[in-house]
Design a protein around this ligand. Structure first.
Ligand code: XMP
Length: 319
């Protein structure tokens, strides 16, 4: 794509001019935007860039390994990989309010990120994967709290605290253009085409209080669900698909014994911008195959339901 090739060259020149020979840090979320921004900045200033990945214990299965593999091993980009899951899960213990959960994840994230940045000896610039819609968007569907988390995702609050200047190479781009740029930069399709994942992660996919055990159960169910979607070749038709673990137990039979376990809800939506969404119409076969696998393979779930609520009136996430 010639437009993206030209954009790439210009962006690299601009980053070099802005940064000079100073130090840059970038928070990786595992998502497309921060990945594209990081690879672009790395191309511009090489080892002056260090990436920081914070595992808050609320990620999907295999996420930390995926990020490490891609950035540290494939791109050779210096990467700090911090497992802070105990800190986050301890702070979330017993907290049930969705907005409070978002706030805790957001502020803790900034604290941990700052700690890691200081341990690196500080930096002069912070890379943010801000897109054009983020620049113009003033109101979000869930109001203030989501706006806060958007800034969590973008490590808001940190630039002032650490006296960092921002490098925002994607500010003029829409999501589809970021994906095109990612392809231009040679990022794997599996990264470029990824479904969005919310900053607070699994914390907002387990309604009510969040425990380590529940996270484990949800990760296992979600992995099976996405695996079935991949196998059926449906991933790219769907905007976002994920499992939700309901804090509700129901009775079932396993073999010849009575079971009493959690309910898992499956969600899949189509959308163009996440502001409105329709539910994805899986075949009955697909749903029952997936439900059977989840119940057979995941200890702690004995019932699976499919969420057929569009947005509005529902939101995409359950909290
Ligand atoms: P909702 O649930 O509001 O989601 O319909 C719309 C899109 O935004 C994502 N989302 C979030 N992303 N922090 C984020 O970074 C959040 O707190 C948050 N809440 C929702 C959601 O996954 C969907 O893509």
């Amino acid at each position: 794509d010639w437009t993206m090739a030209a954009f790439r060259e210009e962006a690299i020149a601009r980053i070099r001019e802005q940064v000079g020979d100073r130090r840059v840090i970038c928070g990786l979320s595992g998502g497309v935007d921060s990945a594209v921004a990081a690879v672009l900045v790395h191309e511009a200033v090489g080892e002056q860039l260090t990436c920081i990945f914070v595992d808050h214990g609320l990620l999907r299965a295999g996420e930390r390994e995926r990020v490490t593999e891609l950035f540290r091993h494939h791109y050779n980009i210096p990467l700090v990989n911090r497992d802070a899951s105990d800190l986050f899960l301890d702070k979330l213990d017993g907290v049930t309010d969705p907005e409070e959960k978002r706030r805790i994840v957001g502020t803790t994230f900034i604290d941990v990120f700052e700690e890691e940045a200081r341990a690196l000896g500080g930096a002069d610039f912070l890379v943010q994967g801000t897109l054009y819609p983020d620049v113009v968007e003033s109101v979000s569907p869930k109001g203030g709290p989501q706006a806060t988390i958007k800034s969590h995702h973008n490590v808001g609050g940190l630039p002032e605290r650490m006296d960092l200047d921002l490098v925002e190479p994607l500010r003029e781009l829409f999501k589809d253009e970021v994906r095109a740029l990612g392809r231009e930069l040679g990022l794997p399709e599996a990264m470029v085409g990824r479904h969005p994942f919310p900053g607070p992660g699994l914390a907002i996919r387990i309604p009510g209080s969040v425990s380590r055990d529940q996270c484990e159960i949800l990760r296992a169910a979600d992995r099976i669900y996405l695996d079935e979607i991949d196998r059926a070749g449906l991933y790219d038709e769907i905007w976002q698909a994920f499992a939700v673990l309901l804090p509700v137990k129901s009775v079932g039979v396993m073999g010849d014994a009575r079971s009493y376990e959690f309910v898992c809800a499956l969600r899949a939506v189509t959308s163009t911008d996440g502001m409105t969404a329709d539910t994805y119409a899986f075949s009955h076969d697909f749903l029952s195959r997936t439900a059977t696998r989840i119940i057979n393979e995941v200890r702690g779930i004995n019932r699976v339901v499919y969420d057929v609520t569009s947005k509005p009136p529902g939101t995409i996430e359950w909290e």
